[in-house]
Every structure is written in structure tokens, then in C-alpha cells.
Design a binder for this molecule. Structure first.
Ligand SMILES: Cc1ncc(COP(=O)(O)O)c(C=O)c1O
Length: 474
């Protein structure tokens, strides 16, 4: 049964790929990527796969190059060093980690290990499709639970849907495509209500990008001995989507079962080395997260100034409601070079991944030209929380930054470069409501003059954010 299904799925994808698109249940049609985009390192506008626009961590790239000369030798089949390093990071034993060729492989392993004909998987809708796909492949059925009015996974409905056939509950947190998170208190109550015999899989592919304090990783529930499997990937913030490395964290007993369904050596020598090096490249990780935060602010402000509503994002992509059917807009954007996604039975929404600042600004310009809705005021952004002005801009020796805030509170004003690197923190303290002025002398936090070029000023206070470009000319 399962064997026949897998063969037909492969054939199915090949045949639909010939038509230049693939249909995925619950997701919609995914356009095949033309070769010149698929193979170009620097293609600008690939905003459809939630990849890291900064590229791989430099240390990981070096590690791949260095291990390439050993490509004729089989890798360590058990990814021993990588699994024990990952285990050290999470404070668990190495036999609680299963590394695979992307979270995609590990999701398949979990479905193969635990799902059989007649079993039920419960998951949200919309959400990342993979687990449901692999449930079908194993003859299990999926119960799709709609998200609530705030686009958050409704855990009460999930609990209410449990039957004696329920084997796995699969949660994606932050969720894809919605970029929302489950509140940590709700997750805690949910975990305590899980009946015996049900495994909870929590896909945390995007956890690095979460800024909300209402979020917590579910690794703590693995540590507490609950039947929970947490999934992580190196494809997102670590920038290694092309190297295919992901892993699960679960009890030794569950991990043994996941491991038992895996083929030997699916994670190449180069990928293992890349992942180990990426873990060490903390500055790349930090820049990737910073760039993502900036890009989201620019996107949010861009959407607001176009009069479009969007779902606030805790991830590296954003859902925007374009107010009309989004599929034709997606097609036109693709013609203009910007690849984004539609689907998930949300016909007016586009999902756009964060990119470089150039990509994000180009995308917003392209979207504006297609929508021609003009600029309307945004009522959601409090008028008094703003970067009011930067003068002069461009500047040479020193510029003055005027900002205003509406509420008292911890406020940060930071200068970033175009690669998301933190150049200088100008403020990180509590401010009173009102107008304030700051100065930047074009030097980094070590007092060294920075190069001419474009920088971003980011103002943050709690959930509020504003950003402006600033140009240094020498
Ligand atoms: C929620 C989620 N999980 C897993 C994956 C796949 O991860 P990997 O590249 O590690 O296979 C994706 C890919 O976009 C995703 O969105």
C-alpha cells in the first residue's frame, strides 16, 4: 500500500513538474522555478521559499569547500559529531537527536515510524503541508483544524478533535504560512492535556526569528519527558537550505523509532561539516536575524502605506492581504522578477519571504505599481511613535536623528548595515514620551569610522518598530 503510494507520488510530481507547476493539497499550485533563477546565487527577488538572503554562514561555506576533497569517502553514517554537538546545545543526550536530510526527511521518518492505515494525524489549517502529505503516504488520515480569528493555531479545537485513532498532533510554531506563534501559556496548558498514546510533533523551523516574549521552544517538554518531538532545520537562519540538514529532538525511545526508519548516510559529509561550522558562526546568525527584523519593519511600513493589512510576522515571511484576488498579482510580480506565493485557501493573500533590503524595496515598488491604490494613512501605527527626521541625510560627519514616542518604556535605536550587521547602538534605555534627539557620528561601536554607504536606523519599543535609511557620504 505505502510503496505504491510513494511511487505514484514521485511520478505525480514529475509529471506535474513538466507542466511547470506542482499542486500540493492545502497549499495550491507551486510554480516550478526556471533554471536561471534556480541556479543563480544572486538572483534578486526570490521571495518564495523563506530562505536566508545573506547566503550560507561563511564558516559553513569554508567547511564545505574543505571537506569536498573527501567526497569520495562515505560520511559518518550516524552524524555522530553533529548529533552530539546539537545535543550539547539543547542540554539533552546525543541519543535524543536524529539528524536527517532536512526537516523534510525527518518528518517523513516520523510519519513512517508512527503512522499506519487507520491512524489519524491532527494538524492546523493552513499550515506547512509536509506532515499531512507523509501521513497520507502511510495510509493515515489527517484532521485539519482551522486557525482562530487571529490566525493562531486553536489548541482547544485541536484537543477537542482527539479520538482513539489519533496518533500524532503536528504543530508548526511559528506557523507557515501565517507566521503566527502559539502563546507559551496556551502551549503549556495544551501539553498538560495530551492523552496517553498521542505524540506531539512541534516544527520549530523558524524559531530563530521569533521576537515575541510570549513564545517558548517546546524542547523543555522533551526534557520533561513528555512524548514530544521537536523539529529544527539548518535551512533557514543558518542559510543552508541547499545542504539539506534538519533534526529532531525527542526522548531516546522515540528517537530510536525515528532512527530505525532512516536509510544510512542521507546526510553528506559536506552537510555535516557545514552544519557544525554554521553553529560556530554566531555573527552570521545574528546578522541574519537582524536583517530579517529590519526587512519585516520595512515590509510592514510599506504595506501600511499602501493601505494593505498584513499578519504581524514572527518569522522570515509575511502574509499581506492585497484586497483583491492575489493569484494574478503573484503572476505579474513574477513577470517583474519577484517570486512570492499564494494559496492555502486565502485567495487575497500573498506570502512574501524577507530578502535583502534591495529585494524588499524592489518588491514593494513592484506591488505598488500593480495595486495603484495610492497612499493612505495607517491607523495601526501610532502616529507619535516615529523616526521623525534625520538631518542631514546623506550626511558626512554627523547627523541628527529626531524621534518621538507615545508611551514610556525601554527603547532601542540601532544602526545596521545592509547585511543586517549591528553597527552601533545609539540608545537602549527607558525613554519618556515625547520628542528626543540623538546623533550619529558615522562610527561603529568600537569607535572606528564606517565606510560610505547606506545604513538603516531601527527604532524599537516593545512591539512597535520604525526604520529609516541613512546614507553616509565621505
Ligand atoms: C515549517 C517548515 N518545516 C520544514 C521545512 C523544510 O525544512 P528543510 O529544508 O529542513 O527540509 C519548511 C520549509 O520551508 C518549513 O516551512
Amino acid at each position: 500500500m505505502t510503496k505504491i503510494d510513494r511511487l505514484s507520488r514521485r511520478r505525480f510530481i514529475r509529471s506535474t513538474a513538466l507542466l511547470s507547476s506542482i499542486f500540493l493539497p492545502g497549499v495550491g499550485r507551486i510554480q516550478a522555478i526556471p533554471a536561471h533563477i534556480q541556479n543563480s546565487r544572486d538572483y534578486e527577488g526570490r521571495l518564495c521559499f523563506n530562505e536566508n538572503p545573506l547566503g550560507p554562514a561563511p564558516l559553513a561555506q569554508t567547511a564545505i569547500e574543505e571537506t569536498a576533497s573527501m567526497a569520495h569517502r562515505y560520511p559518518d553514517y550516524f552524524s555522530t559529531e553533529l548529533e552530539s554537538t546539537i545535543a550539547g546545545i539543547h542540554g539533552v543526550d546525543a541519543d535524543m537527536i536524529c539528524v536527517g536530510a532536512g526537516a523534510t526527511e525527518v518528518i517523513r521518518l516520523i510519519a513512517d515510524a508512527f503512522l499506519n492505515p487507520g491512524d489519524e494525524l491532527i494538524t492546523a489549517t493552513p499550515t506547512y503541508f509536509q506532515m499531512s502529505y507523509d501521513a497520507t503516504t502511510n495510509g493515515a488520515s489527517t484532521v485539519h483544524i482551522p486557525v482562530d480569528e487571529n490566525f493562531v493555531i486553536d489548541l482547544d479545537l485541536v484537543l477537542a478533535a482527539i479520538t482513539e485513532n489519533t496518533k500524532i498532533i503536528s504543530l508548526v510554531n511559528p506557523n507557515n504560512p501565517l507566521a503566527t506563534i502559539i502563546h507559551k501559556d496556551d502551549m503549556n496548558a495544551f501539553m498538560n492535556a495530551i492523552p496517553e498514546g498521542v505524540i506531539v510533533v512541534v516544527d520549530e523551523a523558524y524559531h530563530h526569528y521569533v521576537q515575541s516574549e510570549d513564545y517558548e521552544s517546546c524542547i523543555q517538554y522533551v526534557q520533561a519527558g513528555l512524548p514530544v518531538i521537536v523539529l529544527r532545520t539548518f535551512s533557514k537562519a543558518y542559510g543552508l537550505a541547499g545542504a539539506r540538514i534538519g533534526y529532531s529532538i525527542a526522548s531516546q525511545e522515540l528517537t530510536d523509532q525515528i532512527d530505525s526508519t532512516q536509510l544510512f548516510g542521507t546526510v553528506s559529509r559536506m552537510s555535516q561539516a557545514a552544519a557544525l561550522a554554521a553553529i560556530d558562526d554566531t555573527s552570521h546568525l545574528e546578522s541574519s536575524v537582524n536583517l530579517n527584523t529590519m526587512a519585516k519593519i520595512v515590509l510592514a511600513n510599506g504595506f501600511a502605506s499602501l493601505g494593505l493589512s498584513y499578519i504581524p510576522s514572527e518569522s522570515n515571511f509575511m502574509m499581506v492581504d492585497v484586497g483583491i484576488e492575489a493569484a494574478p498579482i503573484r503572476a505579474s510580480l513574477a513577470n517583474m522578477g519577484y517570486l512570492v506565493r499564494t494559496g492555502w485557501d486565502m485567495p487575497n493573500y500573498l506570502r512574501v519571504s524577507t530578502g535583502t533590503m534591495t529585494e524588499i524595496n524592489g518588491f514593494l515598488d513592484a506591488l505598488e505599481s500593480l495595486l495603484v491604490v495610492g497612499v493612505s494613512g495607517n491607523t495601526e501605527i501610532p502616529q507619535q511613535f516615529a523616526l521623525q527626521s534625520i538631518s542631514p541625510n546623506p550626511f558626512n560627519a554627523r547627523c541628527r536623528i529626531d524621534l518621538s514616542i507615545a508611551e514610556p518604556g525601554q527603547t532601542k535605536l540601532t544602526v545596521y548595515d545592509l547585511l543586517g550587521r549591528n553597527i552601533k547602538s545609539l540608545l537602549n534605555s527607558s525613554l519618556k514620551p515625547g520628542r528626543h534627539e540623538f546623533f550619529w557620528n558615522g562610527k561603529d561601536s568600537f569607535g572606528n569610522p564606517v565606510a560610505s554607504g547606506v545604513y538603516y536606523l531601527v527604532l524599537l519599543q516593545g512591539e512597535l518598530a520604525a526604520t529609516q535609511r541613512i546614507t553616509l557620504l565621505k
